[in-house]
Structures are given as C-alpha cells and as structure tokens.
Design a protein around this ligand. Structure first.
Ligand code: ZN
Length: 129
C-alpha cells in the first residue's frame, strides 16, 4: 500500500513504523504527514500519543475520532514547513470527502520537540478559499 501521506513511498517504510511505535518522526513535517496518514488508516492511538504533553488534557479525543470516521481522506499537500530549534510550524491542506462532497482543511500547525521527540501542539484553521 502506498502511504496515504502522499510521499509516494510504501506505507510500511513511511508512516507505518511511526504508527507502530518502532520509530519517531525525525522532523515536524514527517510528524504532520504521519498524523494525517494516521487519520487515513484510523490509527487514532497515534494521534493521541503524538499530542504535546502540555496540551493533551484539553484535546477532544472523541470528537476527533468521530470526525475521522465520518470522512474519506483524499490527499495531503504540505505548503510550508519551518523548524527553529525545538519549535516548528507546518502549513498544509488536507483534502477529504464528507457525504460525497470534496472539502479542504487548510491549517497551520505548531509543533514542539521535547526529549528529541516532536509533538503536535495546536492547529489554527485558515479561511477557506
Ligand atoms: Zn507516510
């Protein structure tokens, strides 16, 4: 299976090892990609494990799962990725279908590295255009 994150690689050598806990994404962009593909393969545990320990308590796990189950993921497009020391920003568009309608989720996500591991901190949804 080709990885849903649109890297063009096989899932088992791309995001698969991250989802299985065999490896950690070396960059925030790879973490972003693997979080998208975790939605696509319904590896929700991974979405929870990669949340920043500082924001995990405020996260709506149930809402996240319900949303993930209600859509089909089409593709991911990374628009920009920047890393400065232990902080990173990744801008992306995720394309998905909901009830037969193609929709786009445009977000700027913030990531933080702690103990050599990248975590998702928060996302800001951008206006659709
Ligand atoms: Zn991947």
């Amino acid at each position: 299976m080709i990885c849903p994150c649109c890297s063009g690689l096989e899932y088992k050598v791309c995001c698969g090892p991250f989802h299985l806990g065999e490896d950690n994404p070396p960059t925030a962009e790879k973490l972003m990609r693997s979080r998208y593909s975790a939605f696509a393969v319904k590896a929700y545990h991974y979405l929870e494990e990669t949340l920043d320990p500082q924001t995990i308590l405020t996260f709506d796990h149930k809402g996240n799962r319900e949303w993930g189950d209600s859509v089909q993921f089409v593709k991911l497009e990374i628009l920009n990725a920047e890393e400065i020391k232990n902080k990173a920003t990744v801008e992306f568009k995720a394309y998905f279908n909901k009830d037969g309608i193609e929709l786009t989720h445009h977000e700027i996500s913030k990531f933080r590295q702690q103990g050599g591991i990248w975590y998702f901190r928060e996302g800001k949804v951008q206006n659709q255009n």
